[in-house]
Design a protein around this ligand. Structure first.
Ligand code: PGA
Length: 243
C-alpha cells in the first residue's frame, strides 16, 4: 500500500483528484468507481473544476457507485443517487445513462445486486475506485463482521454505529434506512487501482487498524492491504495513531 500523509482535507482532495485525472487522461473511456459521504466531496469539486477548465473530459466515462440505501428512492435528497447528481454528475459532462448506482427501489434486491455485479464485469472492471472509510473500518456498507464478509454486491443491514454516524444527515436516527445495497469486497477488488481517503481524528482508529493490521473482517478496510494497487491519502489527524 502506498501511503500519502497530507496536511488537511484540501490537500487530500487535490491529491485524490490528481490520481483520477491521471487515469482519465490515459484512458478516455475509463470506468471510475465512486463513493459518497463527506470524504470525497472535495475530490469531486476538484474534478468538476478540472472539467470546467477543459483538463478532464467525462464524455466517454462510465461510473459505478459503491452503494445505496435500501429502500430509498433516487429522488430522496438523502439517496446516494441524489448525492452523486448534486456533487458531481450535474457539474461535469458525464452522460447520465453511463452513471450507475445500485437501485434503492428494486423490488427484488437480490436480483438487482446480481445484475449490478454483472454490469461491473461487463464493463471490464473498474479502472480507479475511490473509497472513504467508516469510523468502524467499513468500506461501502461492508460492516465489520466476525463471521465473514461478502465478495459480491449484496443487500446488507447497517450497524448501529453506522446508523448513528449517518443520522446527522436525517431528521433523526429512526429515519435512516436500516439496509443498503453495497458492492462487496470482491467487487471492490475488481478495481485495478484503489484510492482510499480519510481525514480527521475520528478516523484515526480505523486508519491504525487498516495500516497496522491484523488483516481481519472486523476491519474491512484492512483487507485492502492484499490488493496490489492501493493508495491511502489521509491527513495528519487521521494518521496520528499509526506507529
Ligand atoms: P464519511 O463516510 O466520508 O462521511 O466520513 C465514510 C464512510 O462511512 O465510508
Amino acid at each position: 500500500m502506498r501511503i500519502i500523509v497530507v496536511e488537511n482535507y484540501e490537500e487530500m482532495s487535490a491529491k485524490g483528484a490528481e490520481l483520477f485525472v491521471e487515469v482519465m487522461t490515459a484512458k478516455k473511456n475509463c470506468v471510475i468507481g465512486l463513493a459518497t459521504g463527506s470524504t470525497p466531496i472535495g475530490l469531486y469539486n476538484n474534478l468538476a473544476k478540472a472539467c470546467a477548465e477543459g483538463k478532464v473530459d467525462f464524455s466517454e466515462v462510465t461510473s459505478v457507485n459503491l452503494d445505496e440505501y435500501y429502500p430509498l428512492a433516487p429522488d430522496n435528497d438523502q439517496s446516494y443517487r441524489y448525492f452523486m447528481n448534486k456533487n458531481l454528475f450535474d457539474k461535469v459532462n458525464i452522460k447520465k445513462e453511463n452513471t450507475f448506482v445500485p437501485d434503492g427501489t428494486a423490488k427484488d434486491p437480490e436480483a438487482a445486486c446480481k445484475e449490478y455485479e454483472q454490469r461491473i464485469d461487463a464493463l471490464g472492471g473498474i479502472d480507479i475506485q475511490v473509497l472513504g472509510i467508516g469510523r468502524n473500518g467499513h468500506i461501502g456498507f461492508n460492516e465489520p463482521d466476525a463471521n465473514g464478509l461478502f465478495a459480491e454486491t449484496h443487500l446488507t443491514a447497517l450497524t448501529e454505529n453506522t446508523i448513528e454516524a449517518n443520522s446527522r444527515f436525517f431528521a433523526s436516527a429512526d429515519e435512516v434506512p436500516k439496509h443498503a445495497l453495497t458492492m462487496g469486497i470482491g467487487s471492490v477488488f475488481k478495481a485495478r487501482k484503489i484510492v482510499i481517503m480519510a481525514n480527521g481524528a475520528d478516523k484515526a482508529d480505523a486508519i491504525k487498524k487498516m495500516v497496522e493490521g491484523p488483516i481481519s473482517t472486523m476491519c474491512p478496510a484492512s483487507l485492502l492491504c492484499l490488493h496490489p494497487d492501493v493508495t491511502l491519502i489521509c491527513d495528519k489527524s487521521a494518521y496520528s495513531l499509526v506507529k
